[in-house]
Design a protein around this ligand. Structure first.
Ligand SMILES: Cc1cc2nc3c(=O)[nH]c(=O)nc-3n(C[C@H](O)[C@H](O)[C@H](O)COP(=O)(O)OP(=O)(O)OC[C@H]3O[C@@H](n4cnc5c(N)ncnc54)[C@H](O)[C@@H]3O)c2cc1C
Length: 425
């Protein structure tokens, strides 16, 4: 049995099945491009330095000790021959991994909607590398801006544009705004009034997932924090030094962070399976692909209609986790001749953080906003972060962040070459 993807759905399935490995009697292999599980809700805090990079990741080998793990890039799935083509990063070697049963949980990737210049100029916020890059990039721009005399040169360096008014965009923009204004005090030659954080959303409101009152509160809070929030604003083109909106307005900036939309990974898109209009694989209520019952699909890359809403379940960690649990139980049921059960899940709530000490949340139908929503967010996600050691580290990061100055060192990931001048001069 081969599991592709070590995210929320894939890890949940792997951890459930490994505990029953004796009962199942199958060899189970988990393949992922990184050797860790990434806790995405805290990625924005890593990007702005309130949480240390490694504290939100967990090595897969420490989470799943009884199945075989392989760190590889999945290149292609041949469903006719039942072989997955993979590549090893270090050597570039490609080979085939044969399967009897395949579980696809490869998540999603950023959707640029074919907008000119986005692929080349936008920064994505999907992986750990993105968060590391964003933090270094922002600090680097502040360093440069501090050496510039003229406001017209400084301004684009300290203008940050985030696109996407969903959870990921709103949370990141809130964090980034706090971080940028915090950085200001260490850079005396930057004119503080030039610092801009602009959040662009194509729809007429933020956070379509929550009610209008909470979305309105989020908008008001972000504006009170000094952010520019532009609704019904669509990006037409991105260039290295500017973002051009439909209607012709140009925002001069060196930073465009794109969080507006996801699509399945190319390897999933290439499968000759029935898909929904967003390219996600259609599955039955047990998470088997409609085209091949030996292939199970869960998480962001699967599409199953919620009978309550008539819409596909949304691509969130909350759903990927529950889908993983149900898919794993159904796989076990099929192997042990048990009874499979259909997936039913109603969201318990949703939360978004709006920078320091503010947030919005709907929990069990109750609407919470402000400090308590922020507190709920932190408590809930801390509880969900795997492994006690990581929970303690994040708790410590948050505590230190309350009482001490944030670290603004820029880490340049240079490789030291013997004989060359040291890179960290
Ligand atoms: C910044 C950010 C914040 C978010 N915040 C929230 C939140 O607060 N609440 C919430 O519910 N959801 C949130 N989400 C969404 C949530 O992270 C996803 O819905 C969830 O991760 C989907 O789980 P998954 O298992 O389907 O995919 P993933 O968790 O993405 O796992 C897929 C795995 O497959 C691997 N992979 C992909 N392609 C390949 C390949 N070709 N070869 C090898 N490995 C591959 C990936 O590296 C990854 O490990 C957030 C997402 C982001 C990016």
């Amino acid at each position: 049995m081969v599991i592709l993807g070590g995210g929320y759905a894939g890890m949940t399935i792997a951890r459930f099945l490994e505990k029953r490995a004796d009962k199942i009697g199958w060899e189970i292999v988990l393949i992922n491009r990184d050797n860790f599980f990434l806790f995405t809700p805290m990625l924005g805090e890593v990007a702005t330095g309130s949480i240390e990079t490694r504290h939100i990741i967990n090595p897969i080998r420490q989470l799943c000790r009884r199945i075989r793990f392989e760190e590889r890039e999945v290149l292609d799935i041949n469903t006719r021959k039942k072989v997955v083509k993979v590549r090893q990063e270090a050597t570039g070697r490609e080979e085939g991994v044969a399967y009897d049963k395949l579980i696809i949980a490869l998540g999603s990737t950023t959707n640029f909607f074919n907008i000119p210049g986005l692929n080349e100029n936008a920064i994505t916020m999907k992986g750990l590398g993105d968060a590391i890059y964003v933090r270094n990039h922002i600090i680097s721009l502040f360093e440069q801006a501090d050496t510039e005399k003229y406001p017209q040169i400084q301004a684009p360096l300290v203008t940050f544009v985030v696109v996407g008014g969903g959870f990921a965009g709103v949370e990141l923009a809130g964090e980034l705004n706090d971080f940028a204004h915090y950085l200001r005090k260490f850079y005396p030659f930057i004119n503080g009034s030039l610092i801009r954080v602009v959040l662009l959303e194509a729809a007429s409101r933020l956070l379509l997932e929550v009610g209008e009152d909470l979305a309105g509160f989020a908008l008001q809070t972000l504006k009170e924090k000094g952010m520019e929030v532009r609704l019904s604003a669509r990006v037409k083109e991105a260039r290295p030094d500017r973002v051009i909106l439909e209607g012709g307005e140009e925002i001069l900036t060196r930073t465009l962070i794109w969080t507006a939309g996801v699509v399945p990974q190319p390897v999933v898109s290439a499968l000759p399976f029935q898909k929904d209009k967003r390219g996600r694989i259609l599955v039955n209520e047990y998470f088997q692909s409609l085209d091949d019952p030996d292939i199970w699909v869960a998480g962001d890359c699967s599409s199953l209609t919620d009978p309550r809403t008539g819409q596909p379940y949304p691509p969130t960690a909350q759903h990927a986790l529950r889908q993983g649990k149900r898919a794993a139980r159904n796989i076990l049921a099929e192997i042990t001749a048990g009874k499979k059960k259909p997936f039913r899940y109603q969201m318990l709530g949703q939360m978004a953080m709006l920078g320091r000490r503010s947030g919005v949340a709907i929990v069990l139908g109750f609407r919470v906003k402000g400090f308590w929503a922020w507190w709920l967010w932190r408590t809930y996600y801390l509880f969900r972060l795997p492994r006690l050691a990581k929970k303690l580290r994040v708790m410590l990061d948050w505590t230190i962040d309350l009482f001490f100055e944030r670290d603004i060192a820029q880490l340049k990931p240079y490789h030291h070459r013997p004989g060359a001048q040291a890179d960290f001069n």
